[in-house]
Structure formats: C-alpha cells, structure tokens
Write a protein that binds this ligand. Sequence first.
Ligand code: ATP
Length: 292
Amino acid sequence: MIYNLGSINIDHVYRVPHLPAPGETLAADSYTVGLGGKGANQSVAAARAGARVLHIGAVGAEGAWARDRIAGYGVDVAQIAVLDVPTGHAIITVDPGAENSIVLFPGANQALDLAAVLAALAGIGPADTLLVQNETTHAPAAAALARAQGARVICSAAPFDLAAVQAMLPHTSILVLNAIEADQLCAALGCSLDQVPVPELLVTRGRDGAEWICNATGARAFVAALKVQAVDTTGAGDTFAGYFAAALDAGQTPAHALTLAAAAAALKVTRPGTADAIPSLSEVADFLSQQG
Ligand code: ATP
C-alpha cells in the first residue's frame, strides 16, 4: 500500500501568449480551476495506476471539494484534515509551447499536526511505500518512522530547497529529481548523481526521458520520452513519480516501472490540467500497445 504525506493545492491555470516578464501585465486567453499540488497529483497518479493509496494531508474549509475530488479517484482521504486555514493554491501560467511558471501559496499544507501525521503512519510496514514531497511539513519525521518500520520511502525533492533535501537524504530510499533539481543538488553537494548518499535515484529529464540509478549496486535503467504533441506539461513529473511508485509497490521491476511511468506522463502532457488529466492504467496500456 502507498501512504502519501502530500500537498493538496487548488490550481488556478491561466493560458497566456507568453510567460509574463517582470513588471508586465498580461491578459490571459483562458482560466480554469482544478485539483493540483504535488502530493494530490502523486496520490491520483498512484491510484490511477492501480495502487491502494492513503493520502495524509490537509485542506481549508473552502477546499473540501478538493478532498472529495481526490476521493473520487479512489484515494483513501480519511487522513486529510479540514483545518481553519486557507487551502494551498497555485497560480499557474502556461504558454503556447506548454511551458509553465508557478507561484505557490502553501496554506494548509504547512499547518499539518505532527502527532496526526505519525498516527496515520502507525500501520506502515515493509510491504508499503511512503511518498513525500517538499510541499508539506513533517516529511523528515514521517520518513524516519516509515524507514524504521521497513517501508520504502520515495522523496520528490521539489520544489527544490537544499536544506530540506539534506534533511530527507538519511531517510530516503529513492530520491526523485528533475534535470534542474539534479544539477542543483550535485552542484551543492559537489558530487555526481551516483555519489548522492541515497540508495536509489529517479531522474526525469522532460523530453529527454528518465533514468533510474541504484547507487548500492551500480545498476541503471533508462526510458526515452514518448513522442507526443505536448499541450500542458504541468504535473508530468508527478504523474511519472506516482506511476513509478505504484509499479514498484506492486513488485514490478524498475525497468517496467519506468516504461509505465513514461507512457502515463506522455499521455498527461497531451492533456490540459493537472490531477484531473492523469490517465488510468487501461489508457496507459492502450497507449503502449499503440506504440508497439
Ligand atoms: P513538472 O514540474 O512539469 O510536473 P518535472 O520537471 O517534474 O515536470 P519532467 O522531467 O519535465 O518533470 O517530466 C517528467 C517525465 O514526463 C519525463 O521524464 C517524460 O517521461 C515525461 N515528459 C515530460 N515532458 C514530455 C514531453 N514533452 N513529451 C513526452 N513526455 C514528456
């Protein structure tokens, strides 16, 4: 089973002619509101991939619909608290080339109660996976507990913050980075990826594919990105991470997990939206069979 200590954001998405420059006022071509947040995206992705998922997190009262939306994708939301603070939200601009820029307000994601988080993890064990990202409080304590109880901990180092990543390294089984985050971490630590002190890494590189690296054995696996017409890349990384985690949690090999995750992420970028645009496992299977 997958436990996910994860952020929940309401995404306000503006399609714009170009990403705004400093001081510029820009009219948007369209505006939509959807479910997002790295945590919610990863929970939805893992559930769409067929995993049993318990999401641990929080929203404000006005964000109760977001919790209901997550539940609608089959995620257990019993550990999503409704707090007296605003729901986290993101202001996302997307340009015609599908590039995005994002402003985040963390809100309820930073108001989680430590005792409640640890209590929600009481039953985690060696057959389970904990997902964490850098958008909620208490990730190191949750990961320490999960590792102590034998679970796999998959940590997305995003949004990137060196101190936060360093606090997670001792408790992480698989560190997930995009290309920029990988460069930032290696520069800060003064080492190459295979010297980062975690057992395994998953590095996604957008249209250049993704790589799994096992530092313990030296094993590596690579998957190319599938060729698609990109519409909106928001959430591609979370779709990848959620699918990859679900496949490993189900006992699949890293190579197979990469294949499924790359197909799911490629399908996601063909669709506008974030959590609501993540494909189901049957859509991914159909897509893969079309690719031959
Ligand atoms: P985001 O922050 O937008 O969610 P990210 O920076 O965390 O994304 P990326 O490395 O950009 O993550 O993308 C994750 C994976 O999604 C890639 O490894 C690739 O498999 C897939 N992907 C991303 N962009 C494309 C694309 N244009 N075409 C096909 N696949 C893509």
